[in-house]
Write a protein that binds this ligand. Structure first.
Ligand SMILES: [Zn+2]
Length: 228
């Protein structure tokens, strides 16, 4: 009798523990479903927020004692700021809010540039540079990005630059530049030609060329916003 009761109790215990296990596994499954839904929601709404960017942070490379690429008293820092200001005007006309990381010929540390950019929400970041090579024959335009979320922005800008300038297409490339690494928005860095090449250098001295560079970047930004 004792043995029978004991066995029954034991079976009852097994039944009870099976029931608890089922409840537990359902609770776990429910948890993971909810966790997945929340994760999906975060990704979806973050992507939506990026798509709806309203601010463009324009970063004119170098400045102050940091001349950037130079040749015969032509300094990259001046070209960068000029194109940045032209881009600012064009983007404002298209209804964007714009922020310049530097407005004058001043030295701004790289970490300050990305820190300023990160204060804004719903923004993208575009850094403007001109290139330099020891080999004076090297020419062309290239656009850098770091995170995968920045890749399509780089593609749109590069495509516009090449079709409007008609120069050597050096392509869209990844790089671990500080401003790309530390800026939390989609971020790209444009190299609008080589100061070290005589032909491209003389183009850069023409304000019409700098306007075309600015307009191409602006067009790329508009295409990026439209196609997202
Ligand atoms: Zn530069």
């Amino acid at each position: 009798m004792f043995e029978v009761t004991n066995r029954l109790n034991h079976q009852g215990g097994l039944l009870a523990s099976g029931f608890v296990e089922k409840l537990w596994s359902r609770a776990c499954a429910g948890f993971w479903v909810r966790a997945c839904l929340i994760a999906f929601g975060v990704v979806f709404f973050t992507a939506k927020a990026e798509a709806a960017f309203t601010t463009v942070i324009i970063d004119a490379g170098h400045g102050g004692h940091d001349l950037g690429a130079s040749r015969s008293l032509i300094y990259e820092k001046h070209l960068n700021l000029d194109v940045a200001r032209r881009l600012e005007r064009t983007l404002k006309e298209s209804g964007f809010r714009t922020v310049l990381t530097r407005k004058t010929d001043a030295f701004v540390p790289l970490s300050t540039r990305s820190a300023r950019a990160n204060k804004y929400r719903n923004a993208i970041f575009v850094s403007i540079h001109f290139n330099w090579s020891w080999k004076s024959k090297v020419t062309g335009v290239e656009t850098f990005y770091r995170s995968s979320s920045s890749r399509s922005l780089a593609n749109y800008i590069q495509k516009q630059l090449i079709s409007r300038i008609g120069c050597t297409n050096r392509g869209v490339k990844t790089a671990n530049f500080s401003v790309l690494r530390k800026t939390r928005h989609p971020a790209v860095l444009v190299e609008g030609g080589f100061v070290s090449n005589k032909g491209e250098r003389s183009s850069m001295l023409d304000p019409r060329y700098r306007q075309v560079v600015a307009d191409s970047i602006a067009r790329g930004i508009l295409e990026y916003r439209k196609k997202r």
